[in-house]
Design a binder for this molecule. Structure first.
Ligand code: HEC
Length: 184
């Protein structure tokens, strides 16, 4: 039943509007894209410049501050973050309502459903959460989230994240989501 409710939410998305006249979907899409682009381009630059060890330094030292920077650029009442059930950084641990959505997405994935571009969750009369599912969609993700072959990298990750849960993913796996919280 829960799963069906989540699917029904997807079809609701196009009709939801907020004060500025921009839809929840538009705001969610723009905010999540801004975060993805910001993190993705810095990751690429660091990977090119110094391989996965340098990219790891970037991720562990700057992913969070870059996310905060993106948040400062967003309209009032809008915040963006990344979450995962199997998180690396405990700061990316999902809240209870977010776990429900991630679990529903995982269930869909295991039924071979092609995941929706977005899911909207209604929090209360004037706030929503927009979710953009994230999958392990590039080979490079496997370097740090797969079965890590590079021993130095493996140790460096363990040192920074002793309780790391974000390994042993396979290509195509659901990795988590970007969540945009939108308050009217
Ligand atoms: C160079 C190593 C590296 C690569 C390559 C990498 N990641 Fe990560 N990833 C990390 C680190 C380190 C963190 C924790 C960042 C932080 O402290 O916020 C992280 C965090 C995340 C998170 C946030 C949830 C969590 O577990 O904390 C997601 C989602 C994620 N990565 C997805 C991806 C995807 C998708 C790819 C491929 C496009 C990718 N990563 C490639 C190292 C990497």
């Amino acid at each position: 039943m829960k799963l069906i409710k989540s699917i029904a939410l997807v079809s609701l998305t196009t009709s939801l509007l907020i004060a500025q006249g921009q839809s929840i979907v538009d705001i969610g899409e723009q905010s999540s894209k801004l975060l993805l682009k910001t993190l993705g381009s810095s990751m690429k630059k660091n990977m090119k410049a110094g391989g996965p060890m340098k990219a790891l330094d970037f991720c562990s030292q700057e992913a969070y501050t870059l996310t905060e920077k993106v948040n400062k650029k967003l309209p009032k009442g809008v915040t963006v973050k990344r979450i995962s059930i199997k998180y690396r950084n405990p700061a990316n641990k999902p809240e209870a309502d977010e776990v429900a959505v991630l679990k529903a997405l995982a269930k869909l994935k295991s039924a071979n459903v092609i995941l929706p571009q977005q899911i909207i969750q209604k929090i209360d009369t004037d706030s929503y959460k927009y979710y953009k599912p994230l999958t392990i969609n590039k080979k490079v993700c496997m370097k740090c989230h797969g079965n890590i072959q590079n021993v130095a990298l493996k140790h460096a990750i363990k040192e920074r994240y002793p309780a790391d849960k974000a390994t042993h993913y396979k290509m195509g796996d659901l990795r988590g989501a970007i969540v945009v919280t939108i308050k009217k």
